[in-house]
Design a protein around this ligand. Structure first.
Ligand SMILES: *[C@@H]1O[C@H](CO)[C@@H](O)[C@H](O)[C@H]1NC(C)=O
Ligand SMILES: *[C@@H]1O[C@H](CO)[C@@H](O)[C@H](O)[C@H]1NC(C)=O
Ligand SMILES: *[C@@H]1O[C@H](CO)[C@@H](O)[C@H](O)[C@H]1NC(C)=O
Ligand SMILES: *[C@@H]1O[C@H](CO)[C@@H](O)[C@H](O)[C@H]1NC(C)=O
Ligand SMILES: *[C@@H]1O[C@H](CO)[C@@H](O)[C@H](O)[C@H]1NC(C)=O
Length: 610
């Protein structure tokens, strides 16, 4: 039965009613795309689920799952780039290492009737980064997409779905048609191999934008049918910019900036967020006609977003890392008119205790620095820094560690990382430090790579000890304002405590000895039980515990408790426990740093002594 179904599927491509995709998914070439299609399962769940490519209203099977077995139908699936999974409630499809040829309409279908669960349009775009005056050459293969004859064009996207012509092939339908030029752009259609080749020479910053290789039919309302999308960014040399402001942000924090602009009626200009390096704009993200285009890895991880409300561009950078430090600019239009330029300083914040050690790594490769002396200096005033330790002049790979008193520096020029250590930290080491480029012959000898804000706290003078005597536990909040006195008190009390313990133990031993000599007689007295219930004489251990129990209850009036609350100010790893009974700890400790120690100094029953 199942085999017959499969054979049937292999032989025919069932028709699908024309469906408009539920959503368009834009994915960069090389990325991974996943989709989940929930379904209402039947008890036995023996229906097939498949992932189809929809072309000419037919389902071209890509991959199919039936009774936990996966069947692959396309080359991409056979190479393991497309997988399907079924957990009896949801079919999940994953497409990895996406290629431009994967663009198209896809559908999750259920049962051999091919009931569509979800239909999407997948747009796999190419991303290209160029510098001004560079050339560009792009190939758009279209055979695999099912296109063939007809005029082809290269157009620039305007708004959401419109495109404006750059260059198009002519009407001639000859094999290997010749190259057509319009200004600096050209198009050539190799209809035999099914590949369009586009070139663009002498690129300018204003060429940045989104382009399509497209089918071109000027007589239709929508003249362009997209074959492939290309996102081009042309980075531009900028006139040197002095940042208007420096923004200091802690590592891990979120930074937002708003750049207002004077909108044109149609608001079709792009707005971009650039990182300014070596007087060039390196695009991080841009927004064009409400579409956000991202260019850096950090933006791809959704740590950088750009928004436009037709009057203001807003940029948000989250989970900031030291490597994000640098100069940034909001740009308007493809001429890159700067709206705002800022210097972003992402600093590390470190909290240490006195005598702790410190080890900090400053990665500088990603910031564009390389050779040269490096230093660790302590900031003085606004922009000055005083040397703590610096690397020497030798420019060898993996230079050795240099020490100055308790501080050291090591520059791993190969990995582009400086490692700083500081030993035996003191409270007066608290301050702002820089990992820096060091050029002692310049007026400003230090160029900050990374800022580190260090605070060294003194170890609290003493563990505060407050004593309460009484018959109940108290959640004393512990006075922490009289350290000197409490040292003395605590020392005295500790000695007393140890003495008390020693006495209790000695007496306890004596008591035990007495018990052993008294033997069975006392035990019988205590329990008043008929002799015939005991077949054997009790062991000394049993006796002892029985004796203890009795005494505790009998003498409850005479018991004195000393409750010692140790309020530790350290995040101490070694708590101080003195004869703690777990059952007596409070149910809900209010302060996690409080360690409770209950020493029960039992007054010995009088009758024992007598
Ligand atoms: C789906 O259901 C079948 C039978 O009902 C069971 O054998 C299989 O383990 C289930 N699979 C999952 C992933 O839950
Ligand atoms: C040439 O390119 C310009 C825009 O760059 C466009 O307006 C024009 O229509 C193009 N001409 C042809 C013949 O493709
Ligand atoms: C910006 O303007 C365009 C067209 O004028 C409009 O479609 C869009 O909704 C506006 N966006 C916002 C966020 O106001
Ligand atoms: C060593 O450190 C002190 C400050 O702690 C600084 O004044 C001195 O210049 C440093 N010496 C070297 C050789 O780096
Ligand atoms: C214990 O702590 C609670 C809440 O802080 C407080 O209301 C109460 O008075 C404290 N009890 C004693 C005995 O200090």
């Amino acid at each position: 039965m199942e085999l017959r179904v499969l054979l049937l599927l292999l032989l025919c491509c069932p028709g699908l009613p024309a469906r408009t995709p539920d959503a368009e998914m834009s994915q960069r070439e090389g990325s991974t795309f996943s989709i989940e299609c929930p379904y209402t399962a039947q008890p036995d769940n023996k229906q097939l689920k498949a992932w189809c490519r929809v072309r000419n209203e037919r389902c071209e099977l890509v991959v199919l799952t039936l009774a936990s077995t996966e069947y692959r139908y396309s080359d991409r699936a056979r190479q393991g780039h497309i997988t399907i999974q079924d957990d009896n409630r949801t079919v999940s499809i994953t497409m990895s290492d996406l290629q431009a040829e994967d663009s198209g309409i896809y559908s999750c279908v259920y049962s051999s009737n091919y009931v569509p669960l979800k239909t999407i349009s997948l747009n796999v775009y190419k991303e290209l980064h160029k510098w001004e005056l560079d050339s560009l050459s792009v190939q758009c293969p279209y055979k695999a997409l099912g296109y063939s004859w007809g005029r082809k064009a290269w157009c620039r996207q305007q708004g959401q779905a419109e495109c404006s012509l750059v260059v198009s092939t002519g009407y001639s339908y000859t094999w290997g048609s010749s190259r057509v030029w319009n200004k600096t752009s050209s198009i050539q259609d190799d209809a035999y191999r099914g590949i369009i080749t586009i070139t663009m020479d002498k690129l300018q910053a204003q060429d940045s934008g989104v382009y399509w290789c497209a089918l071109y039919n000027p007589s239709q309302h929508l003249a362009f049918t997209r074959i492939m999308e290309v996102r081009l960014s042309v980075d531009k040399n900028l006139p040197a910019q002095t940042p208007e402001a420096e923004m200091s942000q802690r590592e891990g924090s979120t930074f937002s900036i708003e750049c207002p602009y004077t909108a044109q009626p149609d608001n079709k200009q792009l707005k971009a967020w650039c990182r300014v390096r070596n007087e060039r704009c390196e695009l991080v993200a841009w927004i064009l006609a409400s579409m956000q285009y991202i260019y850096s890895d950090r933006a791809r991880q959704s740590h950088i977003t750009i928004q436009d409300d037709n009057r203001t561009v807003s940029i948000t950078m989250s989970d900031l890392q030291a490597e994000d430090s640098g100069i940034y600019s909001c740009m308007y239009s493809s001429n890159y008119v700067p709206l705002k330029t800022i210097s972003l300083n992402v600093y590390k914040e470190l909290h240490k205790w006195e005598l702790d050690s410190l080890s900090v790594q400053c990665p500088y490769k990603a910031l564009g620095y390389s050779w040269g002396r490096k230093a660790w200096c302590r900031q003085q005033g606004q922009a000055e820094c005083s040397l703590v330790v610096s690397t020497g002049y030798s420019y060898t790979w993996g230079s050795s560690r240099v020490w100055n008193k308790t501080s050291s520096i090591q520059d791993d020029a190969y990995r582009g990382i400086i490692t700083i250590t500081m030993d035996k930290l003191q409270a007066q080491d608290s301050g702002v430090y820089w990992c820096a480029l060091y050029n002692p012959s310049q007026h400003l000898a230090f160029t900050r790579i990374m800022e580190v804000r260090l605070s060294v706290d003194k170890i609290p003078a003493a563990t505060t000890l407050s004593v309460t005597t009484g018959s109940s536990q108290k959640n004393s909040s512990g006075n922490s304002t009289q350290p000197r006195n409490t040292i003395i008190i605590s020392v005295v009390l500790c000695i007393l405590l140890i003495l008390a313990l020693a006495i209790t133990t000695t007496l306890g031993i004596r008591q035990r000895k007495k018990l052993k000599t008294k033997g069975n007689r006392e035990a019988e007295d205590t329990y008043d039980k008929p002799e015939d219930t005991y077949d054997k004489p009790e062991s000394p251990a049993q006796l002892e515990s029985a004796e203890r129990m009795r005494r505790t209850t009998d003498d409850s009036r005479d018991v004195n408790y000393i409750t010692l609350d140790f309020k530790s100010q350290l995040s101490s790893d070694e708590p101080l426990y003195c004869n703690v009974e777990l059952s007596q700890t409070p149910r809900k400790p209010i302060d996690e740093n409080v360690e409770y120690a209950i020493i029960t100094s039992k007054q010995l029953p009088r009758n024992d002594k007598g």
